[in-house]
Design a protein around this ligand. Sequence first.
Ligand code: NAD
Length: 312
Amino acid sequence: MKTILVTGGAGFIGSNFIIHMLEKYGQEIRIINLDALTYAGDLSNLSEVIDYSNYSFFHGSINDDSILESVFRNKIDYVVNFASESHVDNSIENPVIFYETNVLGTVNLLKFAYKYKVKRFYQISTDEVYGSCDNGCPFNESSPLNPSSPYSASKASADLAVMAFAKTFGMDVVISRSSNNFGPRQHTEKLIPKVIEMISRDNKIPIYGEGKNTRSWLHVMDHVRAIERVLFHGKRGEIYNIGSEFEVENISLVKMILDIADKSHDLIEFVEDRPGHDLGYSMRFEKIKELGWSQEIGLEEGLRELIKKQMA
Ligand code: NAD
């Protein structure tokens, strides 16, 4: 039985990952979820697995040595680090916590993973570390890091720390950088669930600038399956981009949601742009495809399912 420590498992992507892994691998794996339960963590995301004998939860921070001591005594084979402050807007308001969690927290976790000789440390990262597309797209895994926001700078710093632990201490590490995720269990602070929530109340939808910024949208279950591939089959020390074929301007995305929900485009309201707002991120992602992964869920198909669920 392999023991996987998932940090930040009560959040959006982490909870979908835990459920997928427990359903797929059953008693072949044991999952320990360590989460600080910030405003973004919600244990009800995990209600369907909470009673599983091979799932357990520790409430605490990746910055806290005493909780990490008790967690790592459980003979951890793999660490998958989802724990993060993840909202760009918050990083503009309050950058410090982003460096505490995303940088210092990751380094602390690396320290314990090394001390307890885990088989593999997996850092969940983002395409935002490459910076905005106006600097030359599409990015590949060796494109320079050129982050724009305190959030993306903290994630880029964490990636560098992970690679440094591999070089200095010979640790087995992997990193993946994914494009924007959408799907069930996402906090309503993020664009897609926020828009769905607003239109369900017929509220105006604020769109930054002219809505011309583009994002590539990846369904969270496609991301989760990619993480599974990298965790078990990724090459030691490698970085994998996990991209999407569905690259759209924010304004087109919002119109698509309004059309699916049969709501008027008049609900759109343009507001002052976010400072340092990246135009777009576009990545090449052949490497993850070579591991046998492919994107399965279309943007419109995923949105339809989500809107049906969230507006029910
Ligand atoms: P999220 O905000 O939904 O969840 C983050 C989780 O981390 C929460 O449960 C929170 O309680 C927990 N957490 C925060 N600080 C912690 C700490 N100090 N110790 C332990 N737990 C802590 O985030 P998400 O959208 O699920 O993102 C997960 C990871 O994926 C992040 O590293 C993020 O950078 C990355 N990522 C997200 C996206 C996306 O579109 N959501 C895209 C690319 C990469």
